[in-house]
Design a protein. Structure first.
Length: 262
């Protein structure tokens, strides 16, 4: 079984947000209720979490996720990291360390701000009191494996100093985090036609650090996946409006969206 779950489909403020409420989003549509961005991939039994949203506890409970084989981080922004303490519950269940994988800058951020949760590879923390996570520094365009699953980090540009996307099994699944531009070297690592491409929008008109809908659709056309899911939407993105602006094989994400990959 190959399945990706969009645990949280929202940008940093969530929807509704404290400052803008629902924005242009229809409050009567439950698909407009968005927690912050995390995803869960089950690839033939390899169970991976992508980012640890501040809403992670509720997301894991809603999807009965109790075991993980690793955590992949995209970048060092609060809406993608600051639920990291909730991983202690996973440690309590599995009674062992859990590896996380991140670029050098993101790893330094986690070590500085969450030093209490780190463990040595050969020593498990007291998981009743503490998380027990082991950092693994990765680099763009340098593949690694988790339980036999090949994972290629790719470089995303013009969002923050370091942001990574992930290409699974040479392109079968591609997960893009916050970006304005995907590095050319990243496109070159997508060898297969993706069965699933997930990528963020935030706002339809774009921002200095986020791609517009026009750019997102251009990227989808270039990568040419069988299916694309638009994720990480703020209060400027009504579900039905975005659906109406996208081609047939492109759909907006919503919280707890389960996507089976054939």
């Amino acid at each position: 079984m190959k399945q990706l779950v969009i645990l949280g489909s929202g940008a940093a403020p969530g929807v509704p947000s404290l400052g803008r409420g629902w924005g242009v989003c229809d409050p009567c549509n439950p698909k407009n209720v968005r927690s912050r961005s995390s995803a869960y991939l089950d690839y033939d039994g390899v169970k991976l979490l992508i980012d640890t949203s501040p809403d992670l506890r509720q997301q894991l409970l809603a999807n009965n996720i109790r075991c993980l084989d690793g955590i992949l981080y995209t970048h060092a922004h609060a809406d993608h990291i600051h639920g990291i303490d909730d991983i202690r519950e996973i440690n309590r269940i599995i009674r062992q360390n859990l590896n996380f994988y991140a670029g050098a800058r993101t790893t330094r951020y986690i070590k500085h701000n969450f030093s209490y949760l780190l463990a040595k590879p050969n020593k498990v923390n007291d998981v009743v009191r503490l998380p027990s996570l082991v950092p693994n520094v990765i680099k763009a365009n340098h593949p690694f494996e988790i339980k036999g699953l090949k994972i290629m980090p790719i470089k995303l540009l013009e969002h923050c100093p370091e942001c990574l996307g992930y290409v699974f099994n040479d392109g079968e699944i591609v997960y893009i985090a916050d970006f304005r531009v995907i590095a050319e070297s990243g496109y070159e690592r997508i060898i297969k036609r993706p069965k699933l491409l997930v990528l963020p929008l935030t706002t339809p008109y774009g921002q200095p650090a986020h791609a517009s809908l026009e750019t997102v659709l251009e990227v989808i056309k270039r990568i040419n996946p069988e299916k694309a899911v638009i994720n990480h939407m703020a209060t400027e993105c009504d579900y039905n409006e975005i659906m109406n602006l996208t081609p047939e094989n492109v759909v907006p994400a919503y919280d707890n969206m389960c996507i089976d990959i054939d």
